[in-house]
Write a protein that binds this ligand. Structure first.
Ligand code: HEM
Length: 279
């Protein structure tokens, strides 16, 4: 994957400037089947009112294109480029303990991302990714407390070889040493959470939490709780940053997408696997 020319990959279907193909807001359709208390929005990034369909799109569209191809058909039926998984995600048999473990492991990942952009050693080019409103670690801390109060459940203490700690360590390393790779993870983690992540959240709320909507899926700092303008702002900052990159640097970033899927996939497996089996 890493030696592949993403530039060619991305442009091979068309010679014209890239235009966004707006798709049916499938997520809203899914949300409608579930909890009425769960925040409902159309697709995270396909807000037609927010975006000018005729604009030539930036590097985020390249990242999205590569990411969508790495989805399985059961995850993203229209755009997924991989065969459906043996156990499609909608057929997972999640447990409340597993979901709580996923939240607790995820918190380590968000803390690493958030520290990397706002800590004392943060690279100057990360300044635009500080306080975006997309931060999730505080929301996750609240949710973990809620599990204790509501179900008397606490997650197992994360271990260094668990999926969260391993991903967090890798993010901290990349943030300093390999900014293009770090930005790839930053994009994938935050944007995936508002797309497939929300779908999973709705399903888990329905199956395991008596339809309670977790803070993890809410964006109180956004106007009307609508996260899409926050994403648009981050998208613009990502596009602006990548404008200063060479084609090789952009390809380095795109090549990291597969790693991002692997590490997030290990986190997701916590939901339906017993502790110790997910990493
Ligand atoms: C069960 C797991 C997953 C499901 C069900 C899922 C589902 C989806 C769906 C349906 C979309 C399309 C949204 C649209 O119509 O535009 C999407 C977008 C996306 N997904 Fe996933 N996904 C999963 C896992 C992942 C993982 C592991 C990653 C990477 C870490 C990821 C990264 C992304 C990205 C970057 C987008 C684009 C978001 C945007 O356009 O704003 N997804 N996902």
């Amino acid at each position: 994957m890493s030696s592949f020319c993403y530039c060619f990959f991305f442009f091979r279907k068309t010679n014209r400037p890239i235009k966004r193909q707006f798709s049916t807001p499938r997520i809203e359709k899914d949300n409608a089947r579930f909890s009425s208390s769960f925040p409902r929005f159309k697709n995270s990034s396909t807000s037609e009112s927010n975006r000018n369909q005729n604009q030539t799109l930036g590097f985020v569209e390249e990242m999205r294109f590569v990411a969508m191809k790495l989805h399985t058909k059961d995850q993203a039926p229209k755009e997924g480029g991989r065969e459906a998984a043996e156990t499609p995600w909608a057929k997972w048999r999640p447990t409340r303990e597993g979901y709580l473990r996923f939240l607790s492991e995820s918190k380590l990942v968000y803390e690493a991302l958030e520290d990397a952009v706002r800590g004392p050693d943060a690279r100057p080019e990360y300044a635009a990714f500080k306080d975006t409103g997309l931060e999730r670690s505080e929301a996750l801390a609240q949710d973990i407390r809620w599990f204790r109060e509501k179900y008397d459940l606490t997650p197992p203490a994360p271990t260094d070889d668990g999926p969260g700690a391993r991903y967090a360590a890798e993010l901290r390393r990349l943030a300093g040493e390999d900014p293009q790779a770090f930005i790839c993870h930053f994009y994938n983690v935050y944007f995936a959470h508002t797309a497939g992540g929300r779908m999973i959240g709705v399903k888990m709320a329905d199956l395991l939490l008596e339809r309670h909507a977790l803070e993890f899926y809410k964006y109180p700092s956004a106007e009307n709780g609508d996260h899409r303008p926050l994403l648009e702002k981050v998208r613009a900052s990502l596009d602006a940053l990548a404008e200063g990159w060479t084609r090789e640097e952009k390809d380095r970033c795109l090549a990291e997408t597969e790693e991002s899927f692997k590490m997030s996939g290990a986190l997701l497996r916590s939901i339906a696997e017993p502790a110790g089996a997910a990493s």
